[in-house]
Design a protein around this ligand. Structure first.
Ligand code: UDP
Ligand code: MG
Length: 323
């Protein structure tokens, strides 16, 4: 095993882990051979996000046998974005790679990311030109979501990218200072700026196990992405309000004319019930949209720690608990 204990590593690799016991041995093998070829000082940071399988046991064994392997174990499942944030909080490398544990992000791409960064970029992200083995629904919803997001935000969030990327320590420093709780890291990284570029890659099939992203988690994630980078839904709510009240105003004038001047009025049950239902629906939608933002404000003012660390091989991990 290579010993790189002293000075800051050139490269930190942050891997969030949720029930990846079957994939970790393979991931570690592939990572290790790539890193040894690169001849850089590295640290591997595994963040155990409340796995229910033997992932943690395996990670601890690795950490015991290789001093370049570190781990943080969270007290329960906090979700992918929070797990990555926890890893970034302790990463000290001059460059930091974020990648999934299920081998969908091929470790062999890291040298390319690293080389591209040396050309003078602060962020190089992997852009998935092709996604193997993911359901049609997932691909379609993802595609739609990224297009919608780029339409309604002011930040240039790159299309079709995940969190597989390499970042300069500068960027990581800014990310650590961003206090929002509903993390949408790929948007936050885009927001930070500097020189960012991408390389294309084919996203592989999951090596083993099942995805930890249920449709429910994906929907939450999509909401977080939109609400933290766009106030378009709020504006849409008020726009809808104006349009509907404009329409209602015209109908009102018509009703008054009919009643007082033309004396031509009938029971009008249908129109009343329709407008009541329609207005009720629009109002509920708008209320819901305002509620989504309010929920986020609430979440943030509560000021709870973003995650709780159960155990960790890194000293700074305890500081992170205070975050
Ligand atoms: N993950 C996590 N916490 C979760 C869900 C997922 O740390 O609650 C990790 C998971 O172990 C993997 C990465 O996040 O390393 C991506 O998750 P997954 O492969 O399930 O997502 P997908 O590739 O299907 O979008
Ligand atoms: Mg995956």
């Amino acid at each position: 095993m290579t010993e790189n204990v002293t000075t800051d590593p050139d490269l930190s690799i942050v891997v969030p882990v949720y029930n990846e016991g079957n994939n970790l041995p393979k991931l570690y093998d592939r990572l290790l051979s790539v890193l040894q070829q690169m001849q850089v000082n590295y640290e591997l940071i595994f963040v155990n996000d409340g796995s229910l399988d033997d992932s943690l046991r395996f990670i601890k064994e690795l950490a015991a046998s290789n001093t370049s392997v570190n781990y943080i174990s969270l007290s329960r499942n906090f979700g992918h974005q929070v797990a990555v944030s926890a890893g970034l909080d302790v990463a000290v490398g001059k460059a930091v790679v974020v990648m999934d544990a299920d081998l969908q992000d091929p470790p062999e791409l890291i040298p390319q990311l690293y080389a591209k960064m040396q050309e003078g970029f602060e962020v190089v992200y992997g852009r998935r030109v092709y996604r193997k083995g993911e359901s049609y629904l997932k691909k379609m919803t993802a595609k739609f979501f990224y297009r919608l997001l780029s339409k309604i935000t002011h930040v240039n969030i790159p299309l079709d990218t995940g969190d597989f990327r390499i970042m300069d320590a500068k960027i990581v420093r800014v990310l650590k200072q961003m206090p929002e709780r509903n993390k949408f890291l790929r948007g936050q990284v885009a927001w930070v700026g500097f020189r960012q570029t991408w390389i294309n890659y084919t996203r592989d099939e999951r090596h083993g196990g099942a995805t930890g992203y249920t449709y429910r988690k994906m929907l939450r994630f999509a909401f977080d992405g939109i609400t933290s980078f766009s106030d378009f839904p709020l504006k849409m709510a008020s726009m809808l309000g104006f349009i509907v009240s404009g329409g209602a105003f015209i109908v009102m004038i018509y009703a008054l004319l009919a009643r007082l001047i033309f004396k031509d009025y009938v029971e009008g049950w249908a129109s009343i019930i329709l407008s009541v239902l329609f207005l009720g629906g629009v109002q509920l939608i708008c209320l819901g949209i305002a509620g989504e933002y309010l929920a986020r404000v609430f979440n943030n003012v509560q000021g709870r720690p973003l995650y709780v660390v159960d155990e960790s091989s890194k000293e700074s991990g305890t500081e992170a608990t205070e975050k």
